[in-house]
Design a protein around this ligand. Structure first.
Ligand SMILES: *[C@@H]1O[C@H](CO)[C@@H](O)[C@H](O)[C@H]1NC(C)=O
Ligand SMILES: *[C@@H]1O[C@H](CO)[C@@H](O)[C@H](O)[C@H]1NC(C)=O
Ligand SMILES: *[C@@H]1O[C@H](CO)[C@@H](O)[C@H](O)[C@H]1NC(C)=O
Ligand SMILES: *[C@@H]1O[C@H](CO)[C@@H](O)[C@H](O)[C@H]1NC(C)=O
Ligand SMILES: *[C@@H]1O[C@H](CO)[C@@H](O)[C@H](O)[C@H]1NC(C)=O
Ligand SMILES: *[C@@H]1O[C@H](CO)[C@@H](O)[C@H](O)[C@H]1NC(C)=O
Ligand SMILES: *[C@@H]1O[C@H](CO)[C@@H](O)[C@H](O)[C@H]1NC(C)=O
Ligand SMILES: *[C@@H]1O[C@H](CO)[C@@H](O)[C@H](O)[C@H]1NC(C)=O
Ligand SMILES: *[C@@H]1O[C@H](CO)[C@@H](O)[C@H](O)[C@H]1NC(C)=O
Ligand SMILES: *[C@@H]1O[C@H](CO)[C@@H](O)[C@H](O)[C@H]1NC(C)=O
Length: 464
C-alpha cells in the first residue's frame, strides 16, 4: 500500500457502489480531496458464493474471528515464514507473534510502506473484535512511547498508540516501535488482516521512526538485509506462498534474479517498457513501485490507453478496461532488459457487461509516470527487496518446480544473485517528513494512505 488518492467502495455485501472520498493529510495539515475511483459493477451477483471452496480453507474456529484463510506450507529455509492468503489472491499475510505473550496476529506484509501496527484490545468496535486484537497490558516487554499516530488510509483512519515491543517472525525476535490501534475505520472488517508489518523503505511516506527492517539491519540479525517474496496463485496452489528474510529460495524461481536499482525512496524502479503480443507500447520515463500490499496494477490513464489499444477486443469504461474473457494476449513488463510475462488469468478479472474487467486499471496514483505494480504482477515472479543494495530483483516464479511462465524472454544475461552481503546499512534514501504535530507534542498525525485497502476492496468486484 502506498499513498493513493482515491475514492473507495464502501460496501461489499450488496454490490451497489457506495463511494466515499479519500483524504490525504499533507504536511500543512490541510486535507486534499481527490477524484472518485469508479469501478464497474460485476454481473456476478453473489460475491460471497464465489470463494474457491475446493481449497483447504481454514475456517478458523481456533480464532476469535470469522475469516477464512488458506495457510501456506511451512518453508524449510531459515528465517522464512509461510505466506498465507485469503484463497482469492486478494491479500497475503504471515503470522507474527507479538509481545511477551506471543499473541499470534495475521499481518499483511506490505512493501508499500514502512509503518507497522496491530489491532489493540482497547478498540472495542466490531471491526476490532472481529479480528485478533493485542492487549499491550498483558505484555511484560511493552514500553509505551506515550504518543499516538493517526494513519489516513483510503478506507478511513487508523488511530494508534505508539509503543515498543517484541515481534517474532521467521526465526527473528525484533524489538521496535509500532502502533497499537485503538480506533479503526469499520471498512477494515472486510479483510482478514490483524494489522500490517511494513517492509517499505526507511522513512518513506512520512513514517520517521525506525522500521522493522531498520532494526533487523542495525542489530545485524541477517547476513544480508534482503526479503524474498513468493506470492501464491490460488488457482495453482494457494499453499505455495513464502517469505524469506536474509536469504533467497532458489527453488522458487527459474534461472537468475535480475536486479534493478531503485530510483526513489520507495521500492520504485525504472520500467523499460511493456509489450503486448511482442509489440512494444513504447513507454519512456516510467517507473514502477513494487508493492506486495496492493492487489492490482494501477497505471496512469494515458499509459492504460496505449496498453489496452494493443489488447484485441478491449474497450475503456471509465478508469477500467473491458477485455475479452478469453483473451490470450501475452503481456510482458520489462525491467533491466528482462521481460516478465503476466498470465492472462491474472490480468483478466470478473465478467461484466461486454466482457471481463481487467485487473490493470487506468488510475493515476502517483503522477503520470509512476505505475503501482501489485500482486497481479508479483504472482508471476519471485521478488527480492534488497535493503543493502537498494534494489529490487525478479526471477520467473516456479510452482512445484514448474515454471508458471513468469519470465517470458530475456535480452540480458548479466543478471546475478547478490548474496552474503555483510553490509548492515539500511537503505534510507531521502526521507520525507510529513508527520506533523497536531496540537500537543504527544499526538502526531501521519499522512499515510493505503492502496492496499482500496485494491482489496475493489478486487472483490473485479475478481469475485
Ligand atoms: C488486558 O490485560 C489487562 C491485564 O491483564 C486486563 O486487566 C484487561 O482486562 C485486558 N483487556 C482486555 C480487553 O482483555
Ligand atoms: C520508544 O521508546 C523506546 C524506549 O525508550 C525508544 O527506544 C524508542 O526510540 C522510542 N520510539 C520513538 C518513536 O520515540
Ligand atoms: C470510515 O471512513 C469513512 C471514509 O473516510 C467515513 O465516511 C466513515 O465515517 C468512517 N467511519 C468511522 C466510524 O469513522
Ligand atoms: C502443486 O502441488 C500441490 C501439492 O502437491 C498441488 O495441490 C497443486 O495442485 C500443484 N500445483 C500445480 C500447479 O502443479
Ligand atoms: C545466470 O547467470 C549466469 C552468469 O551470471 C549465466 O552464466 C547463466 O547462464 C544464467 N542462467 C540463466 C538461466 O539465465
Ligand atoms: C513502437 O515503436 C516501434 C519502433 O518504432 C514501432 O514499430 C511500433 O509500432 C511502436 N508501437 C506502437 C504501439 O506504436
Ligand atoms: C473468445 O470468445 C469469443 C466469443 O465470446 C469467440 O468469438 C472467440 O473466438 C474466442 N476467442 C478465443 C481465442 O477463444
Ligand atoms: C542488462 O542489465 C543491466 C543491469 O542488470 C543493465 O545495466 C544493462 O543495461 C542491461 N542490458 C541491456 C541490453 O538491457
Ligand atoms: C501529468 O500530470 C500533471 C499533473 O498531475 C499534469 O499537469 C500533466 O498534464 C500530465 N501530463 C500528461 C501528459 O498527462
Ligand atoms: C507456459 O509455459 C508452458 C510450457 O512451459 C506452455 O505450454 C504454456 O502455453 C505457457 N503459457 C503461457 C500463458 O504462456
Amino acid at each position: 500500500m502506498r499513498f493513493s488518492p482515491c475514492l473507495l467502495l464502501a460496501g461489499l455485501s450488496t454490490g451497489v457502489h457506495a463511494f466515499y472520498p479519500w483524504e490525504l493529510k499533507v504536511e500543512t495539515g490541510l486535507l486534499r480531496r481527490f477524484m472518485p475511483w469508479t469501478l464497474l459493477p460485476s454481473t456476478e451477483d453473489d460475491i460471497s458464493a464465489k470463494k474457491p471452496l475446493t481449497f483447504d480453507i481454514k475456517k478458523a474456529s481456533v480464532r476469535r474471528d470469522t475469516y477464512s484463510i488458506v495457510e501456506a506450507n511451512t518453508p524449510t529455509l531459515p528465517n522464512s515464514a509461510p505466506l498465507d492468503q485469503d484463497g482469492m489472491d486478494y491479500s497475503y499475510f504471515a503470522v507474527v507473534q507479538v509481545g511477551s505473550q506471543k499473541e499470534e496476529m495475521w499481518l499483511a506484509l506490505d512493501t508499500g510502506s514502512p509503518s507497522s501496527w496491530v489491532f489493540g484490545t482497547s478498540c472495542t468496535d466490531s471491526v476490532c473484535t472481529s479480528h485478533h486484537t493485542w492487549n499491550k497490558s498483558e505484555s511484560s516487554s511493552y514500553y509505551s512511547n506515550s504518543s499516538s499516530y493517526s494513519i489516513g488510509y483510503g478506507s478511513g483512519d487508523v488511530k494508534m498508540d505508539l509503543g515498543q515491543d517484541i515481534w517474532s517472525v521467521a526465526d527473528m525476535d525484533v524489538t521496535f516501535t509500532f502502533g497499537s490501534a485503538f480506533s479503526v475505520n469499520e471498512s477494515f472488517t472486510n479483510y482478514p488482516i490483524d494489522g500490517i508489518l511494513g517492509l517499505g523503505r526507511s522513512h518513506a511516506d512520512g513514517w520517521t521512526i525506525p522500521s522493522f527492517m531498520d532494526v533487523v539491519a542495525s542489530k545485524a540479525l541477517l547476513g544480508s538485509n534482503v526479503v524474498g517474496f513468493s506470492l501464491s496463485r490460488a488457482a495453482d496452489d494457494p499453499k505455495d506462498g513464502e517469505v524469506n528474510f536474509g536469504t533467497i529460495d532458489t527453488t522458487k524461481f527459474d534461472g537468475n534474479i535480475s536486479y534493478t536499482a531503485t530510483n526513489q525512496d520507495t521500492w520504485t524502479i525504472p520500467l523499460d517498457d511493456v509489450y503486448v503480443n511482442d509489440q512494444a507500447v513504447n513507454l519512456t520515463g516510467k517507473s514502477a513501485t513494487i508493492d506486495t500490499g496492493t492487489t492490482y496494477i494501477l497505471i496512469p490513464p494515458a499509459d492504460a490507453a496505449s496498453l489496452f489499444a494493443l489488447i484485441p477486443g478491449s474497450s475503456p469504461s471509465g478508469e477500467n478496461y473491458i477485455i475479452p474473457c478469453n483473451s490470450t494476449a501475452t503481456l510482458e513488463f520489462e525491467f533491466s532488459g528482462i521481460k516478465y510475462s503476466i498470465q492472462p488469468e491474472d490480468y483478466i478479472g470478473a465478467s461484466s457487461t461486454g466482457g471481463c474487467v481487467s485487473t490493470i486499471v487506468g488510475h493515476d496514483s502517483f503522477g503520470n509516470n509512476t505505475w503501482l505494480v501489485g500482486d497481479v504482477f508479483l504472482k508471476n515472479v519471485y521478488t527480492v527487496f534488497d535493503f543493502d543494495n537498494v534494489q529490487v530483483g525478479f526471477g520467473g516464479r516456479l510452482v512445484n518446480s514448474t515454471s508458471v511462465n513468469g519470465t517470458f524472454s530475456s535480452s540480458n544475461t548479466t543478471a546475478a544473485v547478490t548474496e552474503g552481503s555483510t553490509s548492515a546499512a539500511t537503505a534510507s534514501g531521502s526521507a520525507s517528513t510529513t508527520a506533523v504535530a497536531t496540537g500537543s507534542a504527544s499526538h502526531l498525525s501521519l499522512g499515510v494512505g493505503s492502496s492496499l485497502l482500496m485494491t482489496v476492496l475493489s478486487v472483490l468486484f473485479l475478481r469475485a
